[in-house]
Ligand binder design. Structure first.
Ligand SMILES: NC(=O)c1ccc[n+]([C@@H]2O[C@H](COP(=O)([O-])OP(=O)(O)OC[C@H]3O[C@@H](n4cnc5c(N)ncnc54)[C@H](O)[C@@H]3O)[C@@H](O)[C@H]2O)c1
Length: 255
Protein backbone atom coordinates (compact mmCIF):
# COMPACT_ATOMS: atom_id res chain seq x y z
CA UNK A 1 0.00 0.00 0.00
CA UNK A 2 1.26 3.48 -0.94
CA UNK A 3 2.58 5.14 2.23
CA UNK A 4 0.72 8.32 1.17
CA UNK A 5 -2.60 6.46 1.16
CA UNK A 6 -4.13 6.94 4.61
CA UNK A 7 -7.84 6.25 4.20
CA UNK A 8 -8.46 5.68 7.91
CA UNK A 9 -6.71 8.64 9.58
CA UNK A 10 -7.84 8.74 13.26
CA UNK A 11 -10.67 6.25 12.71
CA UNK A 12 -11.13 3.87 15.64
CA UNK A 13 -11.03 0.30 14.34
CA UNK A 14 -11.89 -2.66 16.58
CA UNK A 15 -10.57 -6.06 15.42
CA UNK A 16 -11.35 -9.30 17.29
CA UNK A 17 -8.85 -12.19 17.27
CA UNK A 18 -6.12 -9.76 16.22
CA UNK A 19 -3.12 -11.28 18.01
CA UNK A 20 -1.97 -13.32 15.03
CA UNK A 21 -2.77 -14.54 11.54
CA UNK A 22 -5.39 -12.74 9.47
CA UNK A 23 -6.62 -10.52 12.33
CA UNK A 24 -3.10 -9.25 12.97
CA UNK A 25 -2.61 -8.54 9.24
CA UNK A 26 -5.91 -6.62 9.16
CA UNK A 27 -5.02 -4.57 12.25
CA UNK A 28 -1.56 -3.76 10.89
CA UNK A 29 -2.94 -2.72 7.50
CA UNK A 30 -5.39 -0.31 9.18
CA UNK A 31 -2.61 1.04 11.42
CA UNK A 32 -0.43 1.74 8.37
CA UNK A 33 -3.28 3.82 6.95
CA UNK A 34 -3.64 6.05 10.00
CA UNK A 35 -6.25 4.19 12.08
CA UNK A 36 -6.20 3.86 15.86
CA UNK A 37 -6.59 0.18 16.72
CA UNK A 38 -8.55 -1.44 19.51
CA UNK A 39 -7.29 -5.00 19.26
CA UNK A 40 -8.86 -7.97 21.01
CA UNK A 41 -7.76 -11.54 21.57
CA UNK A 42 -8.19 -14.30 24.13
CA UNK A 43 -4.42 -14.84 24.29
CA UNK A 44 -2.77 -12.26 26.56
CA UNK A 45 0.77 -13.07 25.50
CA UNK A 46 0.17 -13.04 21.74
CA UNK A 47 -1.84 -9.86 22.13
CA UNK A 48 1.03 -8.11 23.94
CA UNK A 49 3.44 -8.96 21.09
CA UNK A 50 0.92 -7.93 18.44
CA UNK A 51 0.21 -4.59 20.10
CA UNK A 52 3.87 -3.65 20.28
CA UNK A 53 4.17 -4.22 16.50
CA UNK A 54 0.93 -2.35 15.72
CA UNK A 55 2.08 0.61 17.82
CA UNK A 56 5.05 1.11 15.48
CA UNK A 57 2.48 2.50 13.01
CA UNK A 58 -0.26 3.63 15.39
CA UNK A 59 1.12 4.59 18.83
CA UNK A 60 -2.29 5.29 20.44
CA UNK A 61 -3.57 1.77 19.82
CA UNK A 62 -4.76 -0.30 22.81
CA UNK A 63 -5.28 -4.02 23.40
CA UNK A 64 -8.23 -5.65 25.21
CA UNK A 65 -7.93 -9.25 26.34
CA UNK A 66 -11.35 -10.87 26.39
CA UNK A 67 -13.10 -14.10 25.46
CA UNK A 68 -15.74 -13.04 22.93
CA UNK A 69 -17.97 -15.98 23.88
CA UNK A 70 -18.61 -14.42 27.33
CA UNK A 71 -21.21 -11.66 27.28
CA UNK A 72 -19.88 -10.08 30.50
CA UNK A 73 -16.34 -9.88 29.10
CA UNK A 74 -17.62 -8.43 25.82
CA UNK A 75 -19.69 -5.82 27.66
CA UNK A 76 -16.73 -4.74 29.82
CA UNK A 77 -14.42 -4.61 26.79
CA UNK A 78 -16.75 -2.42 24.71
CA UNK A 79 -17.37 -0.12 27.71
CA UNK A 80 -13.61 0.23 28.13
CA UNK A 81 -13.16 1.04 24.43
CA UNK A 82 -15.86 3.71 24.76
CA UNK A 83 -14.02 5.20 27.77
CA UNK A 84 -10.73 5.16 25.87
CA UNK A 85 -11.91 6.37 22.44
CA UNK A 86 -15.56 7.59 22.84
CA UNK A 87 -16.75 5.48 19.92
CA UNK A 88 -15.90 2.87 17.29
CA UNK A 89 -15.93 3.66 13.56
CA UNK A 90 -15.20 0.20 12.16
CA UNK A 91 -15.69 -3.30 13.59
CA UNK A 92 -14.00 -6.38 12.14
CA UNK A 93 -15.46 -9.64 13.51
CA UNK A 94 -12.44 -11.79 12.76
CA UNK A 95 -11.91 -14.16 15.73
CA UNK A 96 -12.64 -17.77 14.89
CA UNK A 97 -11.61 -21.38 15.42
CA UNK A 98 -11.60 -24.31 12.99
CA UNK A 99 -11.68 -28.06 13.54
CA UNK A 100 -11.56 -30.84 10.93
CA UNK A 101 -13.84 -33.37 12.68
CA UNK A 102 -16.07 -35.37 10.34
CA UNK A 103 -19.86 -34.97 10.64
CA UNK A 104 -20.49 -38.28 12.41
CA UNK A 105 -17.84 -37.63 15.06
CA UNK A 106 -18.70 -34.07 16.11
CA UNK A 107 -19.62 -34.12 19.81
CA UNK A 108 -22.27 -31.82 21.25
CA UNK A 109 -19.55 -30.06 23.23
CA UNK A 110 -17.38 -29.47 20.12
CA UNK A 111 -20.42 -28.21 18.14
CA UNK A 112 -21.20 -25.74 20.95
CA UNK A 113 -17.58 -24.54 21.14
CA UNK A 114 -17.27 -23.77 17.42
CA UNK A 115 -20.67 -22.08 17.28
CA UNK A 116 -19.90 -20.15 20.43
CA UNK A 117 -16.66 -18.57 19.18
CA UNK A 118 -17.50 -18.17 15.50
CA UNK A 119 -21.17 -17.23 15.62
CA UNK A 120 -22.24 -16.23 19.13
CA UNK A 121 -19.03 -14.26 19.66
CA UNK A 122 -19.65 -12.17 16.53
CA UNK A 123 -23.27 -11.61 17.61
CA UNK A 124 -22.35 -10.49 21.16
CA UNK A 125 -19.63 -8.15 19.93
CA UNK A 126 -21.75 -6.72 17.10
CA UNK A 127 -24.74 -6.08 19.36
CA UNK A 128 -22.68 -3.99 21.78
CA UNK A 129 -20.67 -2.19 19.11
CA UNK A 130 -23.65 -1.35 16.86
CA UNK A 131 -25.49 0.06 19.86
CA UNK A 132 -22.45 2.26 20.60
CA UNK A 133 -22.19 3.36 16.94
CA UNK A 134 -25.88 4.33 16.86
CA UNK A 135 -25.67 6.17 20.19
CA UNK A 136 -22.53 8.14 19.31
CA UNK A 137 -22.26 8.60 15.53
CA UNK A 138 -25.14 7.05 13.57
CA UNK A 139 -22.47 5.84 11.15
CA UNK A 140 -20.19 2.83 10.93
CA UNK A 141 -18.82 -0.14 9.04
CA UNK A 142 -18.84 -3.79 10.08
CA UNK A 143 -17.06 -6.66 8.31
CA UNK A 144 -17.61 -10.35 9.13
CA UNK A 145 -14.90 -12.95 8.53
CA UNK A 146 -16.76 -15.63 6.60
CA UNK A 147 -15.18 -18.40 4.60
CA UNK A 148 -15.70 -20.08 1.25
CA UNK A 149 -16.81 -23.11 3.29
CA UNK A 150 -19.76 -21.02 4.47
CA UNK A 151 -21.00 -20.94 0.86
CA UNK A 152 -19.86 -24.29 -0.60
CA UNK A 153 -19.47 -26.58 2.44
CA UNK A 154 -16.01 -27.36 3.74
CA UNK A 155 -13.46 -29.58 2.01
CA UNK A 156 -11.29 -29.96 5.12
CA UNK A 157 -13.22 -28.15 7.81
CA UNK A 158 -15.92 -29.75 9.92
CA UNK A 159 -19.62 -29.12 9.29
CA UNK A 160 -19.87 -26.98 12.45
CA UNK A 161 -17.23 -24.60 11.07
CA UNK A 162 -18.90 -24.32 7.65
CA UNK A 163 -22.33 -23.74 9.17
CA UNK A 164 -20.94 -21.06 11.50
CA UNK A 165 -19.33 -19.27 8.54
CA UNK A 166 -22.54 -19.48 6.50
CA UNK A 167 -24.26 -18.01 9.55
CA UNK A 168 -21.89 -15.04 9.55
CA UNK A 169 -22.66 -14.35 5.88
CA UNK A 170 -26.40 -14.29 6.65
CA UNK A 171 -25.73 -12.22 9.79
CA UNK A 172 -24.07 -9.60 7.57
CA UNK A 173 -27.15 -9.51 5.30
CA UNK A 174 -29.64 -9.29 8.18
CA UNK A 175 -27.64 -6.58 9.95
CA UNK A 176 -27.22 -4.69 6.66
CA UNK A 177 -31.04 -4.54 6.36
CA UNK A 178 -31.61 -3.59 10.00
CA UNK A 179 -28.97 -0.88 10.24
CA UNK A 180 -28.87 0.82 6.83
CA UNK A 181 -31.16 3.53 8.20
CA UNK A 182 -28.62 4.11 11.00
CA UNK A 183 -25.80 4.72 8.50
CA UNK A 184 -24.11 1.37 9.15
CA UNK A 185 -22.86 -0.88 6.34
CA UNK A 186 -22.35 -4.56 7.11
CA UNK A 187 -20.48 -6.87 4.74
CA UNK A 188 -18.46 -10.09 4.81
CA UNK A 189 -15.41 -11.62 3.17
CA UNK A 190 -15.17 -15.29 2.22
CA UNK A 191 -11.55 -16.40 1.91
CA UNK A 192 -10.31 -19.77 0.65
CA UNK A 193 -7.41 -21.36 2.56
CA UNK A 194 -4.86 -18.90 3.88
CA UNK A 195 -1.42 -19.74 5.16
CA UNK A 196 -1.86 -19.25 8.93
CA UNK A 197 -1.73 -21.39 12.09
CA UNK A 198 -5.30 -22.45 11.30
CA UNK A 199 -3.89 -24.89 8.73
CA UNK A 200 -2.13 -26.64 11.65
CA UNK A 201 -5.41 -26.85 13.57
CA UNK A 202 -6.92 -28.48 10.47
CA UNK A 203 -3.93 -30.84 10.03
CA UNK A 204 -3.32 -29.41 6.55
CA UNK A 205 0.25 -28.18 6.88
CA UNK A 206 1.63 -30.82 4.53
CA UNK A 207 -1.16 -30.33 2.00
CA UNK A 208 -0.55 -26.71 1.03
CA UNK A 209 0.26 -27.51 -2.62
CA UNK A 210 -2.95 -29.50 -3.02
CA UNK A 211 -5.01 -26.72 -1.43
CA UNK A 212 -3.38 -24.10 -3.65
CA UNK A 213 -4.28 -26.05 -6.80
CA UNK A 214 -8.00 -25.80 -5.98
CA UNK A 215 -7.84 -22.07 -6.80
CA UNK A 216 -7.81 -20.69 -10.37
CA UNK A 217 -4.87 -18.59 -9.20
CA UNK A 218 -2.90 -21.57 -7.86
CA UNK A 219 -1.62 -20.30 -4.55
CA UNK A 220 -2.93 -19.94 -1.00
CA UNK A 221 -4.39 -16.64 0.14
CA UNK A 222 -2.06 -14.48 2.20
CA UNK A 223 -3.36 -12.64 5.27
CA UNK A 224 -2.65 -9.41 3.33
CA UNK A 225 -4.91 -10.51 0.44
CA UNK A 226 -7.75 -10.77 2.95
CA UNK A 227 -6.80 -7.55 4.76
CA UNK A 228 -6.96 -5.64 1.44
CA UNK A 229 -10.56 -6.75 0.85
CA UNK A 230 -11.53 -5.94 4.44
CA UNK A 231 -10.04 -2.43 4.16
CA UNK A 232 -11.92 -1.86 0.88
CA UNK A 233 -15.23 -2.75 2.58
CA UNK A 234 -14.34 -0.48 5.52
CA UNK A 235 -13.41 2.58 3.47
CA UNK A 236 -15.68 5.50 2.53
CA UNK A 237 -15.36 4.51 -1.14
CA UNK A 238 -17.51 1.39 -0.58
CA UNK A 239 -20.38 3.28 1.06
CA UNK A 240 -23.00 1.93 -1.43
CA UNK A 241 -22.05 -1.70 -0.78
CA UNK A 242 -23.90 -3.49 2.02
CA UNK A 243 -25.01 -7.06 2.77
CA UNK A 244 -22.37 -8.24 0.29
CA UNK A 245 -19.79 -11.02 0.59
CA UNK A 246 -16.52 -10.72 -1.33
CA UNK A 247 -14.77 -14.01 -2.11
CA UNK A 248 -11.02 -13.73 -1.56
CA UNK A 249 -10.40 -17.09 -3.10
CA UNK A 250 -8.20 -16.86 -6.19
CA UNK A 251 -11.22 -17.64 -8.37
CA UNK A 252 -12.10 -20.93 -6.66
CA UNK A 253 -15.73 -19.82 -6.49
CA UNK A 254 -17.14 -17.27 -8.92
CA UNK A 255 -20.68 -16.43 -7.80
N1 LIG B 1 -6.70 -19.52 7.63
C1 LIG B 1 -7.64 -19.83 6.75
O1 LIG B 1 -7.46 -20.67 5.85
C2 LIG B 1 -8.98 -19.12 6.80
C3 LIG B 1 -9.82 -19.20 5.67
C4 LIG B 1 -11.07 -18.56 5.73
C5 LIG B 1 -11.46 -17.88 6.88
N2 LIG B 1 -10.62 -17.83 7.96
C6 LIG B 1 -11.08 -17.11 9.15
O2 LIG B 1 -10.21 -16.06 9.44
C7 LIG B 1 -10.24 -15.77 10.85
C8 LIG B 1 -8.83 -15.72 11.39
O3 LIG B 1 -8.22 -16.99 11.19
P1 LIG B 1 -6.63 -17.23 11.18
O4 LIG B 1 -6.35 -18.12 10.05
O5 LIG B 1 -5.91 -15.94 11.32
O6 LIG B 1 -6.52 -18.11 12.52
P2 LIG B 1 -5.57 -17.99 13.80
O7 LIG B 1 -5.85 -19.20 14.60
O8 LIG B 1 -4.16 -17.70 13.38
O9 LIG B 1 -6.14 -16.68 14.55
C9 LIG B 1 -7.38 -16.67 15.22
C10 LIG B 1 -7.26 -15.74 16.43
O10 LIG B 1 -8.55 -15.70 17.09
C11 LIG B 1 -8.31 -15.76 18.48
N3 LIG B 1 -9.46 -16.28 19.22
C12 LIG B 1 -9.92 -17.56 19.23
N4 LIG B 1 -10.94 -17.68 20.08
C13 LIG B 1 -11.16 -16.45 20.62
C14 LIG B 1 -12.08 -15.94 21.58
N5 LIG B 1 -12.99 -16.74 22.16
N6 LIG B 1 -12.02 -14.63 21.91
C15 LIG B 1 -11.11 -13.81 21.33
N7 LIG B 1 -10.20 -14.25 20.43
C16 LIG B 1 -10.22 -15.55 20.08
C17 LIG B 1 -7.10 -16.68 18.63
O11 LIG B 1 -6.47 -16.57 19.89
C18 LIG B 1 -6.24 -16.24 17.46
O12 LIG B 1 -5.35 -15.21 17.82
C19 LIG B 1 -11.10 -16.88 11.47
O13 LIG B 1 -12.42 -16.41 11.66
C20 LIG B 1 -11.09 -17.96 10.41
O14 LIG B 1 -12.21 -18.80 10.49
C21 LIG B 1 -9.39 -18.42 7.94
Amino acid sequence: MDSQCRRFENKVVFVTGAAKGIGFAIATAFAKEGAILAVNDISEENLRNALSMIRQYSPSSVSYRADITKSNEVAKMVDKIEKDFQSIDILINNAGIALPTGFLNISEQEWDRVMSVNLKGAFLVSQRVISLMIRTKRKGKVVMMGSLSGKMGGVATGMHYSVSKGGLIVMARQMAREFASSGINVNAVAPSFADTDMLKDLKLETKKDELAKMNVIPRLATPDDIANAVLFLSADGSSFITGETINVAGGRLMD
